[in-house]
Design a protein around this ligand. Structure first.
Ligand SMILES: [Zn+2]
Length: 257
């Protein structure tokens, strides 16, 4: 298990570094002008990085170790095991789609998720900009599919690596050849799709919820018709960016929505 966690960290770290460098060489939109933003996003990531091994990982292990049935009775191996792994990953991605939709639709959940959307620029660092309570809540709610389907812990770790890598990619400010991005967008969520989700217009923010596979927004009619443009205003409509401390406290503050 420790080997898998190490492999996950190395894989995700390599994806982050590659995209972080690439988006500074071939960028699709103007770069964030302020280094303060990097510290703000980095601060939120640091809180999550400290809390994850202490809180989030034990929550995930709790679900995987307390499934309501045991898959071992099926003695799955070979090609079947690979097929089961792929189906598990697709189900976890579908769960993540609906969870993301809930974060936008349930006011108390939006209070947490809005911290992510207040970012007024997007790049790879936006992918790790989440309030720690959102991360803990997401891990807790994910216990439902994990326990119901008896999803192995190794599968959840593989999914987390794919999800984080996908998030680095679809938040990145990397400029890709249009035909390549168009082709990719039929299968996975590309920056052109996800940047519209961060458009500071409520109707676009409440669309394009998919994380890895782009199909979910088409299946569940949540795909925005808006096309990403270079100078599209990024952020959450009607609210502004805050300091690191302001972001940590913002879910508990009075607000309009
Ligand atoms: Zn969102």
């Amino acid at each position: 298990m420790n080997d898998l966690l190490l492999a996950k960290s190395i894989f995700v770290g390599c994806v982050f570094l590659s995209l972080f460098v690439a988006e500074r060489i071939i960028r699709a939109a103007p770069a964030a002008p302020s280094a303060k933003r990097l510290f703000r996003n980095g601060g939120l990531w640091l809180v999550a990085a400290i809390a994850s091994p202490l809180i989030v990982a034990p929550i995930t292990a709790l679900g995987a170790n307390n499934a309501i049935w045991n898959r071992d009775v099926f003695l799955i191996s070979g090609a079947t095991a690979t097929a089961v792994l792929i189906i598990d990953l697709i189900i976890l991605d579908l769960w993540t789609y609906w969870l993301h939709r809930a974060y936008h639709r349930v006011p108390v959940m939006w209070r947490l998720h809005e911290v992510h959307h207040r970012d007024e620029f997007l790049d790879t660092t936006s992918a790790v900009r989440f309030h720690i309570l959102e991360i803990i809540l997401s891990a807790s709610l994910r216990l439902i599919p994990i326990a119901l389907l008896a999803t192995p812990l190794t599968t959840v770790i593989i999914f987390e690596a794919l999800l984080l890598s996908a998030a680095f990619f679809h938040h990145s400010n990397i400029k890709m050849p249009a035909p390549l991005e168009r082709a990719l967008s039929w299968v996975i969520v590309t920056p052109s799709i996800h940047w519209v989700h961060h458009h500071a217009r409520r109707s676009d923010t409440d669309s394009n919820y998919a994380s890895i596979l782009s199909v979910w927004d088409r299946v569940f009619s949540s795909r925005s018709r808006t096309k990403r443009t270079e100078n599209m205003k990024i952020g959450a409509e009607g609210v502004e960016e805050l300091s690191f401390l302001g972001l940590m406290l913002s879910p508990f503050m009075r607000r309009r929505r």
